[in-house]
Design a protein around this ligand. Structure first.
Ligand code: PMP
Length: 353
């Protein structure tokens, strides 16, 4: 730390992103990326957009927002995009949390929420999950705090139903409820249809997973026009050109290729079922994941040890050292071939025990 670092941030512990190693070629199952390339339409559109990179992008992202509004059955004024959903989530912490509106989220959830709360000086409460990693919805009913729920949750993969989300949103009418749907396209119910009914609901999604665009950085928030206006106040006070031209073009391209996204999601769901079945046969205990990852532990081998054994064999998964999580690993669902290699390797490791 330099002697110039602001007092405000001296105790800040930043988020640790998953490894992006360059020492060798791994089967990369550690950051929940898609194993599939972006849609050819996205690639062609980004190439075309590269020719105009001397110009700033459209700060209103109007063409993209029109397409997203159509996708969500909303108006353009109900949509905002960010540099990854990380950015829109940070905007939501900035816009909707303060001492009178503290944040509330699970103790086991997306690790960035507490970092966003800390960097914005927002008070927050972390609510323990049940022992089986499910959310106790009663912990979020009638709290009138700004609630953040990843649905499905990470790293557990477990989802609440739309009815359960609705009960939470309805009972907190004087505060904002943010539903982070980064993984919703792999089998869970989206809360987006509820935005018509509730002006305190904000739903975020990402192009990083089901749309194979993690490297382009694009996230979306959809909600009432008033909530979106507040987020725009934050955006125009920090980074009006937050979506670059190539990303914007690629996103428009992928939205014109919904069959491609649907086929990739179906493949991931298939590969998840294959992997879960084989891992169950090996004796792994897993949560009921509706995402593009599996969260698993085995009584014969500790989480950190399994992570290391897989890494030695060229497979990267994500291990979290937090006490409640350290027996587990979070394993991204990749291509059929990658999943076969993973399962064969797991069998080999277990055979040695
Ligand atoms: N929410 C959750 C639950 C996530 O796991 C992630 C991915 N790390 C994000 C949001 C952020 O994704 P991105 O910024 O790539 O949209």
């Amino acid at each position: 730390m330099s002697r110039f670092f602001s007092d405000k941030y001296k105790t800040l512990v930043p988020y640790t992103p998953g490894e992006q190693p360059r020492d060798m070629k791994y089967i990369k199952l550690n950051t929940n990326e898609s194993p599939f390339s972006p849609s050819p339409k996205a690639i062609a559109a980004a190439n075309e957009a590269a020719k105009s990179l001397q110009l700033y992008p459209d700060p209103t992202a109007s063409e993209l927002h029109k397409k997203l509004a159509a996708l969500y059955g909303a108006r353009e004024t109900q949509v905002i995009t960010g540099n990854g959903s990380d950015e829109v989530l940070n905007f939501a912490f900035m816009a909707f949390c303060d001492k009178a509106h503290p944040a509330r989220f699970a103790d086991i959830t997306y690790g960035f929420y507490s970092v966003f709360a800390e960097i914005n000086g927002v008070p927050y409460t972390e609510i323990p999950l049940n022992d089986d990693f499910t959310i106790n919805t009663a912990d979020y009913i009638g709290k009138n705090e700004t609630i953040f729920i990843a649905n499905p949750n990470a790293p557990t993969g477990i989802a609440l139903s739309r009815d359960e989300i609705e009960a939470i949103v309805k009972s907190n009418s004087d505060s904002v409820v943010v539903i982070d749907e980064a993984y919703v396209d792999f089998g869970a119910e989206s809360a987006v249809p509820l935005i018509k009914k509730y002006d305190n609901l904000l739903v975020t999604q990402t192009f990083s997973k089901s749309r194979s665009m993690a490297g382009a950085r694009l996230g979306v928030a959809v909600g009432s026009a008033d909530l979106i206006q507040d987020l725009n106040t934050i955006k125009y006070s920090t980074n009006p050109y937050n979506i670059n031209r190539m990303t914007m073009a690629a996103a428009i391209g992928v939205l014109e290729d919904e069959e491609y996204t649907a086929a990739n999601c179906a493949a991931i769901v298939n590969n998840r079922a294959y992997t879960a079945e084989r891992m169950a046969k090996m004796g792994f205990e897993m949560t009921e994941s509706l995402t593009n990852f599996i969260f698993a532990k085995h009584e014969k081998i500790g989480g950190a040890e399994l992570y290391t054994e897989l890494r030695r064999r060229g497979i990267l998964v994500r291990h979290f050292s937090k006490p409640k999580l350290d027996a587990y690993n979070r394993i991204t669902i990749g291509s059929a071939e990658q999943m076969k290699t993973l399962c064969d390797t797991l069998e080999e490791i277990l055979k040695e025990r």
